[in-house]
Design a protein around this ligand. Sequence first.
Ligand code: ADP
Ligand code: MG
Length: 710
Amino acid sequence: MNAITLRDLDGLGVERLKGVGDKKRASLAAVDITTLLDLVTTYPRRWVDRTNEARIADLVPGEEALVLVTVRSVSKRPTRNRRSMVNVNVGDGSGRIDLVFFNQPWRERQLQPGLQVALFGKVDVYRGGLQMSNPIVDLIGDRTGKIVPIYPQSEKAQINTWEMAGWVEETLRRCAERGIADPVPAGVRRRHGLIDRAGALTGIHLPEDMKQKERARYRLAFDELLRVQLVLVVRKRAMERESLGIVHTVDGELVERFYGSLPFPLTAAQTRVIGEIGVDLRSAHPMHRLLQGDVGSGKTVVAVATMLAAVQGGHQAALMAPTEVLAEQHAASVREMLAGVSVPDPGNLFGDRPLRVELLTNRVTGTERKDVLAGLADGSVDIAIGTHALIQDAVGFGSLGVVVVDEQHRFGVEQRAALRDKTADGAVPDTLVMTATPIPRTAAMTVYGDLDVSVLDEMPPGRTPIVTMWANGPLMETAVWNDIRAEVAAGRQAYVVCPLIGESEKLEVASAEETHERLAGDELAGLRLGLLHGRLTPAEKEATMARFRDGELDVLVATTVIEVGVDVPNATVMAILDADRFGIAQLHQLRGRVGRGGHASTCWLVTQQQEDPAAGNPRVEALVATTDGFELAEVDLDLRGEGTLMSTAQKGRSDLKLASLRRDRALVEIAREAAFEIVDADPHLAAHPDLADELDLMFSDRDEAFLTKG
Ligand code: ADP
Ligand code: MG
């Protein structure tokens, strides 16, 4: 008989287990456990190590301890301030101790006399006796063994941890005869010191000691990461294999002219990244590269150099931005950057022709739109800059050679694919995805695992470091307005960023108008204030920006529309109101609008007075502590967890249950390496049917379709 696979386990319902009747089956279904696969991949959330367990007689006041006890008696009474207090008396063979729970009235029902529980908490002396208040309680039932697994319990679904443990144990025992299949090649396991899957499942659910549990977790976390990486690597290799790319010339005359026209030399990082991109552009396989670079690191230059490589070979380039405002800003800055650059053209009497850069958004309409569309189709538009409008059906390119996607706020894989498909001659354009939101390396490997990654890790010279300060409450806020007045008096300018209001642009605009009015009448009275938000027409926005740029406005009160692309070196102060409503990445992005010139700059993060100063404000404090985007990205990952990073493609069954992009950084790299090793030797996983089948089982239909297509 063949060893049991995850597919087999998935085919067996939980009702096959002893003690799972209709009622328990319904309870399990309520927590999404219907098959034995669901059951064995529901891992304990904690393990109580009874070898560390203390006896009540040995407890020391002031110290934390773990004790295993039996509930003796329970009582509940209200306290004077109408809250509840539950008193519990527990004991082991050596003595007794009182527990007190505040505001947890349900403990009275939970802690029935006779129940075995593990308690973890600090021991205090109270009225001459020992007491634990609000300890961590794990119900362990009558489980024996040195390590007791504690499963996620659901009061509502009426399933407790020892029932879970019993069912898992029974499942594993019944698998033992046939054994559990291990689809990961033995060579890979050996090289990376991974135990086999059967041992890992036993080790995580029924460990003999904590070391065994750790080895088991390592192996099972590896499996989760390997599956994700296999999907990504198979996709990456298939894309490389199956698509015909364009062989670009990277060091031609046009690109040289562009470098020559820049008022500054490239930074070492720009030179290195342009080199990495150049290798891709020259190859016959289409590029799929992610360019990560902090705000202000000079990504635009890299993007333009990349697009010009296509143009000088007679192809077109497209730059796609997530919003119309951003597309407009990109168009303005690219046009400015290329103002003096013309295209060498042997067919032209003068040897040169002008470079044609066009904007295409939904705001470009009528004959103007017709012109642009015609120019895209006949190839006379060299560089097209736009939004999603660029990938609409009606838009066709003569010969699209390079696509740059500014993924400020994440374009989906589908959108990238749609743009790649917009090509007349069958060749797939080279794609560069830019992001200003730095992503930790291992997270990038997972979220963008089908892309190669380049990093601009150096800032252009001539910037002064930004000092960031937290204005906690109204008293500190006064200092902010004083600072802005002082800077304006010294000839500098300031931004005031208005509070973020949910998802509603309308509310946000209202709040910006209100803030503008308040500041103009009060805190910043007498200064020249401008207002910028998303509901203004492009002409109005441009007029306001121009006045600010030209120094006709002292202070720009704005919504997050200034997040990207605004570049006024004379602006040296920024105040972000209700800063704690923004995410780390967005605060960092906003802050990048100051510190762009030679003057010292300040960013004030204004919050309401924090009630409990000791509670801190981790996001605001992180911004105060560093201006390094990658460091902030790591903090962000720590604070938010990886859930927020994963795209829908990695959600569902394949969710990382044990692995953490944060804690398991090294393991992500190992899994990726192993995935390359496996796929490069066996691109269609033909020699690894169990592995292929497992991916099929664990991933969504869309991923499945992709895998089987290859
Ligand atoms: P990003 O898009 O990465 O935020 P930009 O491309 O907008 O950054 O560049 C930020 C600023 O730095 C721009 O004003 C740009 O002209 C300038 N810049 C870019 N590269 C260099 C360089 N090598 N030396 C000096 N300044 C540069
Ligand atoms: Mg830019």
